[in-house]
Design a protein around this ligand. Structure first.
Ligand code: ACM
Ligand code: ZN
Length: 756
């Protein structure tokens, strides 16, 4: 056992060193890299020969980067004579868009590729640069040939829920391009605001561009509260043209999204005649899905045709996104106009009416030589003939569409929703919910194995979605996309067999130095310290671990906040008295992670041997029986990790104190959370024994008493002497009528058993 451990440790050390030796810390990981001795020095007399207008743009962007972060520029010249200290660019035609090759030695740098490939080559150079003294930078000699795995490498941004200005949109495009991604899906309209000027319908922005307040805090807090601040904004067509031009120089294609037939409150607030009820609406202050949507009558199609014609003139890309998701059919069911269309067209139901609606819109889009893309709901009632599908409700929509021969962009909530939490909700800013860590994003495989080789060709790629309900400003958007965008870029660009989570983490921690330099507000959740516990000599042994290994874990046990001078965590902490550990990850200068705080209550039962007659339900059995004697008292609001859950079953546990002890009381923690069907127990009874076989009852409390205590139920033991203690907690049984979950098994949630 020991030998195996030593061998494993050795492998670990060797692997880490192998990973760490590379100078090519580039994200996404290039396909082929050869490293050599030597280095190319950049200074203000370095020359670069640009060739076309777009490569000139690329070189200018590189120069801006140099200037901003290294304080000097290189010279862009016309001649191409060989010579020391020059960067040569060779334009080639490549079969894989984005392919590039770089050769760097101490004399020169040679770059070849198409215009987009050359852009990516310079993005790689930006990441390879190292400071080398005042007005100097260097790149270690190497050869890289590189190309993308997927053609759609996208990031989406919702500017309806929260608006960001043109400068921020450009920054977003910078980030996309920096990681060699190439699609910006611009979600321009939704219930809470219409954000694109349409000349023919000025009310869309005049009325639809502003809401009279916004939900404060979480959607699920009751009662919901709203501010009364008028909120909004929009992009003029001139600004849109400017952004499109900007994106072109960064080789990013913009896919504009005009939502229909749902998520249309801002539009029908401006032009109520295109709703089913002609009612009075206002752009939503609340998030969610609303019943009032576009009416499916002909005049709406004409209205949307006018809008799309203006939109299509602004955006040169081939795809136009028309939404299609989350459209309740409530209004359509009772609308004479909608029902007339159903009858006229011989449709079966409202699902087919939605399909008919999208098919008519597709004709408009196709008539301008463009392609329609929509969320996976556009599959319902039949897919429009040429439409592409964005699979967000899992991957099944994408699989179905590909099997029908339609192109697909994968963006399942499980891996691609960057509005989810990426770390502990306790230390991350309020988010919509979910838990999509960087590791989860990195583990994503966009091509489903359910597809044949032929069908797999329809998977264009994937994208990260950024819904901004809980992102009030652009700095917050940065926090939510970084570093998950780094992980996604590698999923989409790098070869599948080149991907390795442990090795990626090393490059990512190097990337953080660059992000700091660039002033990007990235989440530190990767550094979060997590604690695990095991029993040790009547106490608890605590192990601390950080998600990234390049920081030191420091901690305190005196209730002070940890700082740079706190104790370094090297060996497990042995807890044998009541105390609180406060810990965080630090580098040599600053705190890298949020603080993790863990309190312990040590009693006669802590760390003792405990057995249970019936195992808890699999879903709520995180740490096994030790959870009940680990010194950690389950908290409220409850995290399932701290509690054991029994569905209909009782807790029947025996604790071996190891020797005879005098007992004053036993305290059992139970939980009441009726909305989750968790109810207080019927009774708690404590037995004692000196042989662990024959138990006698000492004390019992009933449901009335338990209710009076609320949660930490104290059972008096009258100074009895014993070695074995049996605790029997009786589940309250079937949930009675009128209660949440009536007729089902009640859940019994138990945590710490303290013996005093
Ligand atoms: C979506 O998240 N409603 C596409
Ligand atoms: Zn209608």
């Amino acid at each position: 056992m020991k030998f195996v451990f030593v061998i494993l440790s050795l492998c670990f050390v060797i692997c880490i060193q192998l990973f760490a030796q590379t100078n090519v810390n580039v994200i996404p990981k290039p396909v082929n890299v050869k490293e050599y001795k030597g280095e190319f020095i950049f200074n203000s007399s370095t020359q670069v020969v640009a060739i076309t207008e777009l490569t000139n743009e690329t070189v200018n962007q590189f120069n801006d980067f140099l200037n901003l972060y290294y304080g000097f520029k290189i010279n862009i010249i016309k001649d191409s004579k060989p010579g020391k200290g020059k960067i040569f660019i060779k334009l080639t035609k490549d079969s894989i868009p984005g392919y590039y090759k770089i050769r760097i030695d101490s004399d020169e740098i040679e770059i070849s590729g198409s215009e987009v490939g050359i852009c990516y080559a310079f993005q790689t150079l930006k990441q390879l640069l190292k400071p080398a003294g005042k007005n100097l930078a260097l790149i270690n000699s190497c050869e890289i040939s590189d190309f993308p795995r997927y053609q759609w490498r996208g990031m989406h941004l919702d500017v309806s829920r929260h608006f960001v200005n043109v400068d921020s949109v450009k920054k977003y495009i910078d980030y996309i391009s920096f990681y060699k991604m190439n699609v910006f899906h611009w979600h321009l309209t939704d219930d809470q605001g219409w954000r694109i000027e349409i000349k023919k319908y000025p009310n869309l922005t005049k009325i639809g561009g502003y809401r009279n307040g916004t939900l404060i805090g979480s959607y699920s807090v009751t009662p919901q509260q709203f501010d009364t601040i008028r909120y909004g904004g929009y992009y003029t067509q001139q600004q849109i043209k400017d952004v499109v031009e900007y994106a072109k120089k960064k080789h990013v294609t913009i896919v504009p999204e005009i939502e229909m037939p749902g998520h249309a409150l801002a539009a029908i607030s401006s032009y109520p005649e295109y709703s089913c009820t002609n009612g009075k609406f206002e752009p939503a202050k609340l998030w969610g899905v609303f019943d009032d949507v576009f009416c499916a009558k002909d005049s709406t199609i004409n209205f949307l045709t006018d809008i799309l014609n203006e939109v299509m003139d602004l955006f040169p890309g081939e795809y136009i996104h028309v939404g299609g998701d989350e459209c309740p059919k409530t209004r359509w069911k009772t609308c004479a106009n909608c029902q007339n269309v159903i009858k006229r067209e011989g449709l079966k139901d409202e699902a087919q009416l939605q399909s008919y609606f999208i098919k008519r819109i597709e004709k408009v889009v196709n008539s301008k030589g463009k392609k329609l893309i929509g969320w996976d709901e556009i599959l319902e009632g039949g897919l429009a003939p040429n439409a592409a599908v964005m699979s967000w409700r899992g991957i099944q929509g994408g699989i179905d569409a590909a099997k029908q021969g339609h192109y697909v962009v994968m963006t399942p909530g499980s891996h691609c929703y960057f509005d989810h939490y990426q770390g502990s909700p306790k230390s991350e800013p309020l988010a919509i919910g979910g838990y999509t860590t960087v590791e989860k994003v990195y583990s994503y495989e966009p091509t489903p194995t359910e597809l044949s080789a032929d069908e797999q060709k329809y998977i264009l790629g994937a994208q990260g979605n950024v819904w901004t309900e809980y992102m009030p400003n652009f700095k917050h958007v940065e926090h939510m996309i970084f570093p998950r965008i780094c992980a996604l870029s590698e999923v989409l660009w790098s070869q599948k067999e080149n991907r390795n989570w442990d090795e990626f983490k090393i490059r990512l921690s190097k990337q953080f130095i660059l992000l700091d330099k660039m002033g990007i507000n990235y989440s530190k959740a990767m550094y979060e310290v997590s604690a695990s516990f095991s029993p040790l000599n009547d106490g608890v042994s605590v192990n601390l671990k950080s998600g990234l290994s390049d920081g030191k874990i420091l901690y305190t046990i005196d209730n002070s906040e940890p700082n740079i001078n706190s104790t370094v965590f090297n060996n497990n902490i042995y807890v044998k008295n009541d105390l609180t550990i406060k810990t965080a990850c630090f580098d040599s200068k600053k705190q890298l992670s949020p603080i993790l705080e863990q309190s312990f209550v040590i009693t006669k039962s802590t760390g003792k041997k405990i057995t249970m007659a019936v195992e808890p339900n699999k879903s709520y059995n995180n740490g096994g029986s030790f959870t009940l004697v680990d010194g950690i008292v389950g908290k409220i609001p409850w995290y399932s990790k701290e509690w054991l859950g029994f569905s209909g079953d009782n807790l029947d546990a025996v604790i071996d104190l190891g020797k005879e002890e005098n007992l004053q009381s036993v305290i059992v923690d139970v939980l009441l959370a009726e909305s989750s069907w968790i109810y207080l127990p019927e009774s708690i009874e404590v037995f004692i024994s000196n042989d662990g076989i024959n138990f006698i009852s000492v004390s019992k409390v009933d449901n009335e008493k338990i209710k009076a205590f609320g949660r930490a139920i104290e059972i008096p033991m009258g100074n009895s002497k014993t070695r074995y203690v049996k605790v029997f907690v009786k589940n309250s049984g079937i949930i009675p009528a009128g209660k949440s979950g009536e007729g089902h098994n009640a859940w019994l949630f138990v945590d710490e058993i303290q013996i005093r």
